[in-house]
Design a protein around this ligand. Structure first.
Ligand code: FPP
Length: 290
């Protein structure tokens, strides 16, 4: 019987046996971060170094989005947040903004089937009503279509910045105070978080930035208080699953202290889940009504 296999290009982003082995090793050696945020930087420089247009760099970046999303899902990362378009990016040349918007739509169309079939729930943070109407339609269509999925929540930060989110949260909180729904004494970390567009996401354990710059560029400012930050010189279009594995290996070597001493952290790690829930019950009882 004639074979048509040669007519199909093999998918370069499939999980190989080597991947399975590395992923099992990573899960065995330490904690897999629950929430990874990525500042996808360097598309423009990557393209310029190759004599290509900046648009070609963004286009190449889509393959990295696909590979990293798949690897994250396979690894058991529950939340992946990609900084795809910042509030400041609107100031880029009109043609580049238009190209980014059309690439976003293309990406949504191409990845829909895979997201639906593989338990990926799409989500967005940012000022989505600033996006062109057709982008909003595709984006919210895809969000609706995948809303029952729960293996990985893929959040696209679009027209997003940490300061924008904080200002918006403060405005909403001020309105609630004016309406008498909230009193100033109620304001604590938890309440502030509940007003952010990231309210339903846990804080990121790990933030990766590609292309070498040592800054957060207005990404998840409130949420990154205790995130581990990993910067690689690799530009986003070259960033693949092996680079993600390196970032996780590095994360697993860090000691996260959350403001405590190293000894306190070691003691806390010795607490069993039973003891933890007992302590939690006592804390709840003591703080009830406060
Ligand atoms: C930063 O590179 C990257 C972006 C502004 C956009 C990221 C977009 C993609 C990965 C393609 C998919 C598109 C969307 C909107 C999901 P840069 O242009 O700042 O690079 P440079 O610092 O080298 O100039």
């Amino acid at each position: 019987m004639a074979s048509f296999r040669h007519l199909f290009k093999p998918d370069p982003y499939l999980q190989s046996e080597d991947d399975k082995r590395v992923q099992t090793d990573l899960s065995g050696t330490g904690q897999i971060p629950s929430h990874v945020g990525i500042i996808m930087d360097g598309n423009g420089r990557w393209a310029e170094e190759r004599g290509l247009t900046r648009g070609a760099g963004h286009q190449a970046g889509i393959a990295s989005v696909r590979d990293i999303t798949r690897a994250a899902r396979e690894l058991g990362i529950k939340y992946l947040t990609l900084y795809a378009f910042s509030t400041e990016n609107w100031r880029r040349p009109r043609k580049e903004v238009a190209l980014l918007m059309s690439l976003l739509r293309k990406m949504l169309h191409e990845e829909m089937k895979e997201m639906r079939e593989n338990g990926v729930r799409l989500n967005t943070i940012g000022q989505s009503n600033a996006l062109p109407k057709e982008v909003q339609r595709d984006l919210f269509g895809a969000i609706d279509d995948t809303s029952d999925n729960d293996r990985l929540t893929l959040t696209l930060a679009l027209s997003y910045s940490g300061r924008w989110d904080l200002v918006r949260a403060m405005q909403m909180m001020a309105l609630d105070i004016r309406r008498g729904k909230v009193s100033p004494e109620d304001i604590d970390d938890r309440l502030v978080k509940s007003y952010l567009t990231t309210a339903e996401l846990p804080d990121p354990d790990l933030i990766i930035r590609t292309s070498g710059e040592l800054r957060l560029s207005n990404f998840l400012l409130w949420e990154s208080a205790y995130s581990e930050i990993y910067v690689t010189k690799t530009a986003w279009p070259d960033f693949r699953r092996d680079d993600l594995y390196d970032a996780i290996r590095d994360f697993q070597r860090r000691e996260r202290r959350f403001g405590l001493t190293g000894n306190q952290v070691k003691k806390a790690e010795e607490i069993t889940p039973q003891q933890e829930s007992y302590i939690q019950r006592i804390v709840n009882a003591l703080t009830k009504g406060n």
